[in-house]
Design a protein around this ligand. Structure first.
Ligand code: PLP
Length: 445
């Protein structure tokens, strides 16, 4: 119960929470976090938790990183704000754009800055519509996403997202956005189908969808290299190669939503490298700044940039951009964050600790409540067997049991995800899994 006049009570009174049941948040209150240090956060009662999901898959360098605080402070003092409209710029935006183009695993031309993953994906949709007009192909604007893909919540991004809660009662998806099959073998394979056959079927179904819609009406295919919010879904071997072969055949662009995978999560700098993807567009956010500041970046190659530039020249301006596009403080923090990731070899740390991470998860599949284990790099999950008719009973109980024991994780239905900060040590990994295992062992239905 919520104490009158407490911070919890004031939260319940005034705060409409994202991704929460509003009535439940009013009645039960919410957890109030006060501080963070490394992989740990502390609530307002002084209880300490391991942040097993890096906040929202994002605090790569951990909490309380002094270098990011100093970078923000220095930029605040120098130039706390400027925009990038009407041919204005500033050093942090220039340096970050240059750095991202240099880091990209495939040739990229330009960077458009946005403030969130959702805005990044919305920007991609608009740039592709603009491009289609520029190329005299105004019909080539449809975008294919995937069931269980997660791309955000703004109107176009929520349409790209392939999860029911993001469409239900919002009158979405928008027309012209379709959803192809989800590459979750354990969830969608047909009886007796091998992984190879499953991949071949998904590629065939994609081709059928393209042919039914008309190949000249489809601008792009968007996907996360590894799905995150849809339940940590690692596609089977050969999936991206098969999908890319279909896209090439029909001259359809590939957008890699690297919002979770980017900056080391899969054990390489970008998920596209781990998955052998050659995207025309990449969307980056979250670990770009370790979420110390909101920032996202859309990287486009010349196939996208050149027609967009021509169209802006014909019309007179590219009529798109945000007050916060390339915000100098956010850009300065992102630059310092990338420096830390490189200097401390956090990508290497993820790769080195991945076998331990995955084997500890795998060990837990011996528990009869577990349906499946999934993971790669330092992102993973256990999917628990559904209890009764309702999805999320088992997952919710597991998340609550972890929380009680000092570990914050997130359940996506009955899938309980782990995605610790990339700075995690072997010792801390053991500590995290000991809690996770104990929580699992405590469940009984
Ligand atoms: N794309 C992916 C892959 C994500 O995981 C998310 C957020 O979780 C988004 C896009 C949306 O980002 P934001 O919440 O910053 O709008």
């Amino acid at each position: 119960t919520v104490q009158p006049n407490s911070i919890e009570a004031r939260d319940a009174a005034y705060h409409l929470h994202p991704y929460s049941n509003a009535r439940k948040a009013e009645a039960e209150g919410s957890l109030i976090l006060e501080e963070g240090e490394g992989i740990y956060v502390t609530d307002n009662t002084g209880k300490r938790y391991i942040e097993g999901l890096s906040g929202l898959w994002s605090v790569a360098v951990g909490f309380g990183e002094q270098r990011l605080i100093d970078a923000a402070n220095a930029q605040m003092q120098k130039l706390p704000y400027y925009h990038a409209f009407a041919q204005k710029s500033h050093t942090p935006a220039v340096e970050l754009a240059e750095k991202l183009v240099q880091m990209a695993p495939v040739p990229m031309s330009k960077v458009f800055f946005t403030n969130s993953g959702s805005e990044g994906n919305d920007t991609v949709v608009k740039l592709l519509w603009y491009r289609a007009n520029a190329m005299g192909q105004p019909q080539k604007k449809k975008i294919i996403s995937r069931i269980k893909g997660y791309h955000g919540v703004t109107v176009a991004s929520a349409s790209l997202t392939g999860l029911p809660y993001n469409h239900m009662s919002f009158d979405l998806p928008l027309p012209g956005i379709m959803h192809a099959g989800c590459p979750h073998y354990g969830g969608f394979a047909q009886e007796g189908e091998s992984e190879e056959q499953f991949v071949a079927r998904l590629a065939q179904e994609l081709e059928d969808m393209i042919l039914a819609e008309g190949p000249d009406t489809i601008a792009a295919f968007i996907g996360e290299p590894v799905m995150g919010a849809g339940g940590v879904i690692v596609p089977p071997e050969g999936y991206w190669a098969a999908i890319q072969a279909v896209l090439k055949k029909y001259d359809i662009l590939l957008i890699a939503d690297e919002v979770i995978c980017g900056f080391g999560r899969t054990g390489q700098m970008f998920g596209s490298q781990t998955m052998g993807m050659e995207p025309d567009v990449m969307v980056l956010s979250k670990q770009l700044s370790s979420s110390y500041m909101p920032i996202s970046a859309v990287l486009v190659n010349d196939r996208v940039y050149q027609p967009v530039a021509d169209e802006s020249d014909r019309i007179g301006t590219l009529g798109h951009g945000y007050t916060g596009s390339g915000h100098p403080v956010a850009a300065a923090v992102a630059l310092e964050n990338i420096k830390i990731i490189e200097e401390r070899d956090l990508v290497g740390n993820a790769a080195r600790l991945s076998p331990l991470f995955l084997s500890r998860l795998k060990d837990l599949t011996a528990n009869p409540l577990v349906k499946e284990m999934r993971g790669i790099g330092l992102i993973g999950a256990l999917e628990l067997k559904q209890q009764g008719d309702a999805v999320g009973v088992a997952g919710g109980a597991m998340a609550a049991a972890c929380m009680e024991r000092g570990l914050i994780v997130r359940n996506l239905g009955d899938t309980v995800a782990l995605c610790p900060p990339l700075i995690i040590t072997e010792e801390q990994m053991v500590e995290m899994f000991d809690i996770y295992a104990d929580a699992l062992a405590s469940l009984s239905f």
